[in-house]
Design a protein around this ligand. Sequence first.
Ligand code: PDD
Length: 287
Amino acid sequence: MSTAYLNGSFLPLDEACVPVMDRGFLFGDGVYEVIPVYGGRLFRLAHHLKRLQNSLDAVRIANPLSESEWEAMLTALVERNHGSDQSVYLQVTRGVVQRRDHAFPDETRPTVLAMSSKSLEPVDIASIQGITAITLPDIRWLHCNVKAITLLPNVLLRQQAIDAGSVEAVLLKDGNAIEGAASNLFIVKNGVLATPPNGPALLPGITRDLVLELAAANEVPYRECSIPEAELRGADEIWLTSSTREISPVTILDGHPVGTGQPGPAWKTMIGLYQGYKNRVRRGDAA
Ligand code: PDD
């Protein structure tokens, strides 16, 4: 049994309990982060904590821990879960209330949960075949930049993709491709990467930002711009990025092959750069 952290204590995950009057349970009133851990080191921690702060500010929950307290707690959690490759989930809800009322309570103490899930599988680039995806209308709200635990639209969209024999849904809104149900979107055309610009329509992904950073540092041309549906369908390559999937090449979209139907050369370059960055994090040469 893995070890979790709940409101100041470490305990076995199956003993971690939250009262039913927690507003996270009643309203989905909270925010979260998912942070990969490589070689015992929290990947891009400062970026995740900054996004957490932005999400907390957006939903008006006071951050219950300082940056150094978060770092100390998460580091201890990773150590208690054997320090190796893993994925850390944290969530902060508005806390436990006396009665159910949509309006904020006068005073609550946020509930803080962190837990670690299974080891991330080492990536064997040569064996990656690519994933299938389908397009679906984006049925989410107007604040998709907030990493809220209220994920019912994302859950339904992902399940619709699974039911269609695919792995992920690529969401379309006002004629543009936005992101995946739980991932950011990149396309490649004639060697140039394109990804939609950050804003309220999508989550500012930590993996997305690292891909752009690696592109800039390695002279891979890229653009942050809207991706009309026709450009998505005409792309040479499509990738979906997230902390848990890293950079997944989409090789079939809506039943049609993307480009050659195989992971493409731009993906091979970028996943190589990404694995190199991960190895630097493992050695303590990058964060
Ligand atoms: N989801 N867009 C959405 C809607 C997401 O839910 C996620 C990640 C991303 C990618 O963000 P990042 O690179 O920071 O992981 C983009 C996480 C992994 C989840 O909900 O489990």
